[in-house]
Design a protein around this ligand. Sequence first.
Ligand SMILES: Cc1cc2nc3c(=O)[nH]c(=O)nc-3n(C[C@H](O)[C@H](O)[C@H](O)COP(=O)(O)OP(=O)(O)OC[C@H]3O[C@@H](n4cnc5c(N)ncnc54)[C@H](O)[C@@H]3O)c2cc1C
Length: 460
Amino acid sequence: MLVNDDVHVLSAAVSGIVAVPDSPGFTEETFAFNVATVHRPDVVLGAADAQDVVAGVKWAAEHRLPVSVQSTGHGANSAVDGGLLITTRRLQELQIDPIARTARVGAGVKWRSVLEASVPHGLIGLHGSSTDVGVVGYTLGGGLPVLGRAHGFAADHVRGMEVVTADGVLRRIDADTEADLFALMCGGKGNFGIVTALEFNLFPLADFYGGGIIYPGADAVGVLAAFREWLPTLPDEASPSISLLRLPDMEFVPPPLRDQFVVHLRFAFPGNREEGDALLAPMRAVSTPMMDTAGPMDYLDVDQVHMDPVDPLPYTEGGVLLKDLGEEAVADLLKLAGEGSGCPLVMVEIRPLGGALATGRALPDAVSGRDAAFLLFLVGLDTPPVAEASIASIRAILTAMVPYSTGYTLVNFHGAPGDEADRARAWSPAVYERMRAAKASYDPGNLLRFGHAITGVPSQ
Ligand SMILES: Cc1cc2nc3c(=O)[nH]c(=O)nc-3n(C[C@H](O)[C@H](O)[C@H](O)COP(=O)(O)OP(=O)(O)OC[C@H]3O[C@@H](n4cnc5c(N)ncnc54)[C@H](O)[C@@H]3O)c2cc1C
């Protein structure tokens, strides 16, 4: 049982903010982008620097309190209940080395800030569909980028990191120093420590062709059939994806699309207008697009490719990796999510994988799912009156996809973690076993046990 004196000891040891439930600043400090998730830790520490993270972890270990970490709350799929929550959003260090083509960021930096600093040098990082997401949480979860088929997962391109492990030690790790831990951190999520800074590769980009085409939902059968035929014609550099969107009548949705069922094709390609137009031509001839925004794009507008919401929302999600996307799989999916299905989900997304995502990096890491051909990702609003229907629909679609799935998912697209067997779905069995063994040595007290945490192998 924590008493005031315990909390004062922590406050005295750090330069950041310390708050307990009902004290000033607690609600703001624990707030998550996913507003359906309301964290109730015993104490929240708004770390001002890496030393605060060290002090917080040591303090929590002394008081036998579990530790969780949050940057933006985009990945807040489950609420933190009790323990110490360390927030990292004040860790805003950001350095770009245009010669070495690398970036170094503090744990609170979002992808938008990286791009704003790197794009003027003709360089980009491997961010995902929304640049409002935190670099560190995204990358530790593998990080499936907008240009993933061209370059691979973000975790494949991490050069080094600084991490506070459960023993309260701040370590600098890379492929040469503590290589095993480094490999497991690159894709293993927050299981082995709290990262305070991350260094990773940037990529040169001359031309960028991107955007989307929106079709009436009534044409979903034809559009998805055309999408399947079109995919094998694309080079690896092209990264398309497609979504069935049931857009709510809410402010974040552009007015013509509010309260509509539509199909949204997204397209990202490092090339010029001529090349992009030629690749996209077959999909432009399908149906009658309601909107077509694809073309040469200033890379700082890259969020327009996926058009993810920018304001905090209540949501629930789930995902699975597919071996293939055959006719039968599409038909089964449309039965549950197509026109007239009554599907309550705001987004049913299919992201083709392959290309550099399948190849991986020369060094081992913990990214799984390289054998999959597609990621199916489902998002529903987690707010009355649709919350229960959203959860039921995600479950029904995941069940219907079992015959087509690899049985696994990517941790960044897993949704709320369930029991141990469910958590294990986020990694391949070989990686999961490596992680379990490492968890037992790096976090024997299971200090880091929130979210997508795994359980270590019990000691003999
Ligand atoms: C709109 C939207 C778009 C997205 N698009 C993509 C996409 O295209 N590709 C993709 O791969 N993912 C995508 N995601 C998922 C996203 O990458 C994960 O939710 C990720 O965890 C978000 O990281 P965060 O730090 O912003 O979130 P947070 O909720 O702050 O953190 C989530 C988790 O990351 C871990 N974590 C965060 N910081 C640290 C740290 N310093 N040390 C150790 N662990 C830490 C912890 O486990 C934490 O619980 C998207 C999510 C949203 C909401």
